[in-house]
Design a binder for this molecule. Sequence first.
Ligand code: NAI
Ligand SMILES: N[C@@H](CC=O)C(=O)O
Length: 360
Amino acid sequence: MSAVLASEAVVPVAVPQVDGTAIVLLGTGVVGGALLKLLNTPAASALRLVGVANSRRQQTDPEHLADRGLREKLKTHGEPRDDASLLDALERSGASIKVIIDATANNALAARHAEWLEQGYHVVTANKALAGGALAGWRALQAAREKRTYGDAATVGAGLPVLSTLRRLRQCGDALLTLEGVFSGSLSYLFNQYDGSQPFSVLLAEARKLGYTEPDPRSDLSGEDVARKLLIIARNAGFALGTDEVEVESLVPEALRGVDTETFLARLEELDEPLARRHAEAKARGGVLRFLARLNQRGKARVGLVEVPATHPAARLYGTDNQFALTTTRYHSQPLVIQGPGAGPEVTAQALLGDVLAIG
Ligand SMILES: NC(=O)C1=CN([C@@H]2O[C@H](COP(=O)(O)OP(=O)(O)OC[C@H]3O[C@@H](n4cnc5c(N)ncnc54)[C@H](O)[C@@H]3O)[C@@H](O)[C@H]2O)C=CC1
Ligand SMILES: N[C@@H](CC=O)C(=O)O
């Protein structure tokens, strides 16, 4: 069973309140590890890290965990994962601003975001499972975020200014009409490079090593991660879409859908033949393959692999570039386009740090 924060176990303690920000970090993987590095830079000098956890261990210190080797140390040392003591460390810090940072892909933790906001904690997240999950969870989140800040920049475009732009447009009375683009950094990296000269599975292993994919790359290849981002954007734009309202094309062969992650990673070559065939067919017609997300004016949403001409804007992306083309009532004849790297440890960690620093 995965460890989660059990709020009911927190005993209020009388601690003198001090101005400042205390944080706990959940997840010390690709993104959490990069954030730990950023926390040791001058930009984060005002923040006090009072708790850090991976799925199995944690360390707490209500004063400040200043150790630089925390990520490595947690692999072998630390208290067993005890939910209550992380929140307790935040309470005992006495800080006026208390922030929980979720750098995991854990569904049970995401399910707690609304509850933490209700309890007075700010939440900053790279984890998309709540905002991009079931509509009921999204609605609970909207009610709770009136109480405290929900920093979600990292959930879309790895921190590209998509959600902030959308909110600003809405504040001005503008409305999203349609949305189109490439919302996955890993799939962008894969299809920008894939020319049939080396197997798709080799590129996928590379993307995973570089920290672009989800912990289980099937979350990317299945379209699930892209669908979540589409839902997050659409919902933030006022389209109350349910998960079942997005048509999703999966690139994961049927035989690899039910196996465990380790088995999937050992059988990556099974992806190669179907994608080589689709690539060759597209090439013969002068097109290229891109994994696109689309939302039309009637609220119809689809994510999947599309053959586009070489002149299409999505055909001219590089590296992990994401591209978000927003057509709104005021950006009507030409869409507002936001483009840039959409995955990777440093940019994502920076998005988390930026959201924390913006609180207050
Ligand atoms: N890698 C990227 O470029 C981006 C990732 N994200 C999101 O960031 C999140 C993390 O991704 P990665 O760092 O790549 O994954 P990862 O697999 O490298 O790290 C996940 C971490 O979460 C920890 N964890 C799992 N369950 C936990 C629990 N119950 N309590 C505490 N820790 C727990 C794991 O031990 C691990 O340290 C995901 O939600 C992903 O969608 C968002 C934008 C970009
Ligand atoms: N795996 C994701 C990482 C960012 O959310 C992607 O490839 O875009």
